[in-house]
Design a protein. Structure first.
Length: 174
């Protein structure tokens, strides 16, 4: 239920979320039983494109699958991975984000100005990053870190839910 409440935050006006809310207890119990019995199957994706700031293909899960994603990340994956991130990781991390990243960059720039006088900043973007992730390699990395077989089964359901050996769906939160 907590994952549902966090997933719908700021999106309560959408049709799929309104329909989910009408029977939320039933949907959550159904989902609980599917996950507990190992019969959960990740649904497909709706594909659409956004053009701002550049053309990108977005693959959006149905809402109930996004609730599962939120539950897995918040309750399991964060504990495995966030402690291993460097201090300058910001995206999608509690207590971090764009505002903190901007403040830290400004602070670093001031420090570099005092220390070196002249400095350079390299801005990079990895082109088609999500489309090029090898699912088998990703799963092997997860399996090395995570020993829970039920969690690995669920992660496999999610990772291999779209076609192909490469490419992870890029969710869209707006």
């Amino acid at each position: 239920m907590k994952a549902h409440k966090l997933s719908r935050k700021g999106k309560g006006y959408r049709k799929e979320i309104i329909l989910f809310n009408l029977k939320q207890e039933e949907y959550i119990m159904w989902l609980y039983e599917k996950l507990k019995s190992g019969t959960y199957k990740h649904s497909g994706y709706t594909v659409f494109y956004v053009t701002e700031p550049k053309l990108r293909k977005i693959e959006k899960s149905i809402y109930i699958d996004r609730v599962v994603h939120r539950w897995v990340v918040d309750n399991f994956l964060e504990a495995y991975f966030v402690p291993t991130f460097i201090n300058t990781s910001y995206a999608c991390l509690k207590g971090r984000g764009m505002h903190k990243a901007c403040l830290d960059v400004q602070s670093t720039m001031k420090h570099l100005e005092r220390t070196w006088g002249e400095y350079y900043i390299l801005k990079m973007d990895v082109r088609k990053y999500f489309q090029n992730i090898d699912k088998d390699i990703l799963y092997r990395i997860l399996a090395r870190k995570i020993q829970d077989t039920k969690l690995l089964w669920l992660l496999k359901q999610i990772i291999y839910s779209n076609n192909g050996k490469k490419g992870l769906a890029i969710g869209y939160s707006n």
